[in-house]
Structures are given as structure tokens and as C-alpha cells.
Write a protein that binds this ligand. Sequence first.
Ligand code: HEC
Ligand code: HEC
Length: 144
Amino acid sequence: MNKTAVFYGTLITIIVLALIISSDLNKTPDFKPKYADFVTEQILSKDTTNTYGENLQVLHGIHSKAQLLNVMRGFSEALGVQCDFCHNTDNFASDAKMPKRMARIMIKMVRNIDENYLNQPMMKKVTCFTCHRGQEIPKLVAER
Ligand code: HEC
Ligand code: HEC
């Protein structure tokens, strides 16, 4: 085999390996959610009024589209899904999809935990991402 062939062969192998390794790194548990703080802040909002949204039953303190969307991006990111996982995207106010109704139960659960158990001043709060970690259904036990 000539030297050029060996050189390029080695180079290509290194590039392919680097690509495989770097794509794997992107999926590590170090993934940092961008919108989780918006979710927590909104779920714990002391403001009980909404001036935006037609059918908000559990979120409150929502006064603009931008504010609501940050929360929705937080839900999507936490579960690793798109909006249509929970919504009929022709009518976001519709409750037809089960995951949307399930998400309401989850919001109430998170609010209950944070307000009633993690309520000391220095305590960190749980959010959707705490359990879901980018999955629709959290892994409930360590893989054996
Ligand atoms: C995990 C489920 C879930 C995901 C994913 C999700 N949403 Fe929602 N969304 C909800 C729930 C639950 C409500 C209602 C909250 C309430 O009742 O207070 C809602 C409400 C809304 C509303 C208000 C509708 C109205 O007028 O009543 C809009 C708009 C909306 N979502 C847009 C989005 C968009 C855009 C995305 C994607 C970026 C998204 N949602 C992703 C669960 C979800
Ligand atoms: C304490 C852990 C925990 C937290 C925090 C949590 N979840 Fe969940 N979630 C679960 C578990 C466990 C399930 C599976 C329940 C089942 O078996 O149906 C689930 C299921 C769901 C489902 C149904 C998914 C499906 O495919 O059926 C939705 C939607 C959901 N969660 C949304 C949320 C949202 C939105 C938040 C934040 C407001 C949240 N969850 C916070 C544990 C959690």
C-alpha cells in the first residue's frame, strides 16, 4: 500500500471517530434545559389572574403570548417533544389530547411539592425536567 493511501485512510478514520464521539457527547445527561426557570417561576406565580389565553385552568399570572410560550417551550424541552404532543395545533385551547390533560395534573403536582414541601427559603425547587430529563415518561428505576 502506498503512503498516500495510508495517510488518507488514517485521516478519514480519525474524522469519522471524532464525529461519532461528538454526536454522542451531545446526548449526555449534561444537557442544560433553557426554559426550566420560566416553568418554575410561572407555576409558583403569586399572581392569580390571567389576561392571555382562553382556556388556562391551572397556570396563572399569564399576561402575554411570549410569557406563555416560554413555559410551553419548557414543557416541550423537559419531555423531549414538540407542541403537537399535547396540542391540536389548529386549536391550542382544545383539551382533546390526553398528554395536555396529564400535563395539568403534573403542574398541580409540581406546585404542591414546591409550595408545601420545598418551601424553605434556600431550598431548590423541582420542575418538569427534574423527573422527565427529556423523556415523555421518566425512567422510574435505574436500569439493571
Ligand atoms: C406537555 C404538554 C404540553 C406541551 C408539550 C405544550 N403545551 Fe401548550 N399547554 C399545555 C397545557 C396543559 C396548557 C393549559 C394550561 C392550563 O390549563 O393552565 C397549554 C396551553 C397552551 C396555550 C393556551 C391555549 C389557550 O388559549 O387556552 C397555547 C397557545 C399553547 N399551550 C401553546 C403551546 C406551544 C406553541 C407549544 C410548543 C412550543 C406547547 N404549547 C407545548 C401543555 C403543553
Ligand atoms: C416527580 C416526578 C415528575 C415530575 C416533577 C413531572 N412528571 Fe410528568 N410524569 C411523571 C411520571 C412518573 C409519569 C408517568 C405516569 C404514568 O405512568 O402514566 C409522567 C407522565 C407525564 C405525561 C404523560 C406522558 C405520556 O406519554 O403519557 C405528561 C404529559 C407529563 N408527565 C408532563 C409533565 C409536565 C408538564 C411536568 C412539569 C409541570 C411534569 N410532567 C413533571 C413524573 C413526573
